[in-house]
Ligand binder design. Structure first.
Ligand SMILES: Cc1cc2nc3c(=O)[nH]c(=O)nc-3n(C[C@H](O)[C@H](O)[C@H](O)COP(=O)(O)O)c2cc1C
Length: 224
């Protein structure tokens, strides 16, 4: 369908079509494994917090290791490397998709599955995560459709960010992802990791491993 033919609210606009181009970031190398017949599920992992000492980054690192142990090829990225302005329709009209959003769309497209750590701000997902996903959904076609996805969360609070995780699952489902049922929300996460970054609580560790195993297994099953 031509872009011009789509209704306005959902029509992605061509980059640079009506104004200056976004500054080009250095082109990233593809994380896709070299072999075209590599059977490993390719998983793109990122946290909705870019904070240096993010608890969600710590939890994500644990799940990423478990996913690799389960046979997944995981590309762990940091949203600090994909700086995006707050989504604004005028910006998009004038400049199209910012280059970091284009890079993210490419990455999502190149991977079979997503692993997202979703911190909780005022019982919702973070603005960073929402804004990142919002920009990516302006691409055509929707890069999230048909991906397998898993969501984990960590918080110093007693619920472990579970409300945010639920909303992230809802959002991903709405975007066409197959979200695996396994969940891992780590409460009191400021006390949950040892000096090496391992989860000290056995139940939390097992939950993290279950999410990783289920993500890899489900992705494998859905691969052609
Ligand atoms: C604006 C704001 C709102 C927050 N609201 C919640 C909340 O609703 N529930 C919760 O468990 N933690 C909440 N927190 C605490 C975060 O979970 C905590 O800062 C956590 O460390 C953020 O994730 P990160 O460590 O991955 O950056 C909030 C923090 C901020 C900055």
């Amino acid at each position: 369908m031509s872009l011009a033919g789509r209704k306005r609210g959902f029509s992605p606009r061509a980059a640079g079509a009506a104004g200056k181009e976004w500054p080009q970031l250095p082109r990233r190398r593809s994380w896709i494994p070299d072999s075209p017949v590599n059977p490993s599920p390719r998983i793109l992992a990122f946290s909705g917090s870019a904070r240096r000492d993010s608890l969600n980054k710590k939890l994500l690192a644990v799940v990423v290791e478990a996913a690799r142990a389960a046979g997944g090829e995981v590309a762990l990225i940091d949203l600090n490397d994909f700086p995006l302005p707050l989504y604004h329709g005028d910006l998009e009209d004038e400049h199209g998709l910012p280059e970091p959003a284009r890079q993210l769309v490419r990455l999502v497209t190149e991977h079979h599955a997503l692993l997202i750590a979703s911190p909780e701000y005022n019982s919702l997902i973070t603005p960073l995560l929402k804004n990142t996903i919002d920009w990516c959904t302006r691409a055509e076609p929707n890069p999230f459709a048909g991906k397998v996805a898993a969501v984990v969360s960590a918080s110093p609070g007693q619920y472990g960010g579970v409300r945010s995780a639920q909303l992230a699952r809802h959002l991903l489902t709405h975007l066409g992802c197959h979200v695996v049922p396994a969940q891992c929300s780590v409460p009191r996460a400021d006390e949950a990791f040892d000096a090496q970054g391992a989860l000290t609580d056995t139940r939390a560790r097992k939950a993290a491993e279950r999410v990783a195993a289920e993500l890899v297994r489900t992705t494998l099953r859905l691969l052609d």
